[in-house]
Design a protein around this ligand. Structure first.
Ligand code: ATP
Ligand code: MG
Length: 318
């Protein structure tokens, strides 16, 4: 932590969730929200709650949806000075409804919201100049303004001896344009920590098969990989061929959204606070599992004390 805060750049949203399971939004129906959301915001919230120095770069509108987010991140201990307030555009939003099979229908307003309207500024530059770690969410790369900030920030942070983590967070089917794909590959190769989930591992490595993908990632320069497998747990891979499997905690899943982001925020923060991979994996698994027990994408993100209590009282899968 000595080098300065962990910074995350990207979309800040509210999420509004249908309270019934079914197909989409074609009829009037009960909804609950707004909840603070956006993968980068969930990640940084978990960092702050765990007691890591953390800061967010992004934008909200001058409206209550924006205040839901900035108030929330402030309470978590996150530096929000580089979140700009757009006078003209509303805060980004996502309406989500779960289908019977667990998949989701979305109505998004991101590209034409404040979430996509920010860029490099004096305030952002000052923050990056004193930050020690940059976390990049793949989802942010489809937002041009976030891409510009990330491109500049990664070089500055690395040049001052800081580190980079990347959560690909891109579904396998999603085709990126050539330029975005090249940026994504460059970021992956520069990552000190890569946090893929499921098939994202092979997508990030560009080869099939788990073992081949891991080998390839270390070849291109990645330092540490933690693979997320939902209710099946997670696995740490190190460059020396070392591996640690972390079984998942047994919980009642209420809302799976945000598990991976909380997991990543907790893992990274614990590592930056000096914990071993094993200990960081335990906190990360607890953070992911705890978050799925609560409705809302970051409502279950735990503090150190809450995660300690969760770990002490929750069984792990054999
Ligand atoms: P996201 O939907 O946020 O993108 P992800 O796909 O990136 O999620 P997951 O693998 O779903 O990430 O979840 C991350 C971690 O959280 C898992 O490795 C596991 O430790 C924990 N976790 C997630 N879901 C559950 C669950 N149902 N039960 C127990 N632990 C879970
Ligand atoms: Mg994910």
């Amino acid at each position: 932590d000595a080098l300065g805060p962990t910074v995350c750049v990207g979309e800040i949203l509210v999420e509004i969730v249908a309270t019934t399971v079914g197909d989409g939004f074609l009829e009037a129906q009960p909804l609950v929200g707004p909840f603070a959301s956006g993968a980068p915001a969930i990640f940084i919230s978990q960092c702050g709650r765990l007691g890591g120095k953390a800061a967010m770069v992004g934008a909200v509108g001058d409206d209550d949806f924006g205040r839901v987010n900035t108030d929330r991140l402030k309470r978590d201990g996150v530096d929000v000075s580089a979140i700009s307030i757009d006078p003209d555009y509303p805060t980004g939003s996502a309406f989500v409804r779960y289908r019977k099979d667990g998949s989701r229908d979305f109505v998004y307003n991101i590209a034409t919201s404040a979430a996509a309207r920010f860029g490099w500024s004096q305030t952002v530059g000052d923050l990056i100049d004193r930050s020690g770690h940059l976390h990049v969410m793949g989802s942010a790369l489809s937002v041009p303004s976030a891409r510009e900030v990330i491109d500049k920030a990664v070089d500055i942070v690395k040049a001052r001896g800081g580190t980079l983590s990347v959560d690909p967070n891109i579904r396998k089917e999603l085709k990126l344009d050539g330029d975005t794909e090249r940026r994504f590959s460059k970021l992956v190769a520069m990552a000190d920590l890569l946090l893929p989930s499921g098939e994202e591992l092979e997508r990030a490595a560009g080869v099939e098969g788990e073992a081949e993908a891991i080998r390839r990632l270390f070849e291109i320069g990645v330092k540490e990989v933690v693979l997320k497998r939902g209710a099946d747990g997670a696995t740490y891979f190190g460059g020396q061929g070392d591996r640690i499997d972390a079984p998942a905690f047994v919980v009642q899943e209420v809302d799976p959204t945000g598990a991976g982001d909380c997991f990543g925020g907790a893992y990274l923060t614990c590592r930056r606070l000096g914990m071993s991979q094993q200990q960081a994996l335990t906190y990360a698994s607890a953070a992911g599992a705890r978050n799925v027990t609560v409705l809302g994408p970051m409502e279950g993100a735990g503090t150190r004390r809450e995660l300690d209590a969760f770990i002490a009282s929750t069984e792990r899968r054999p």
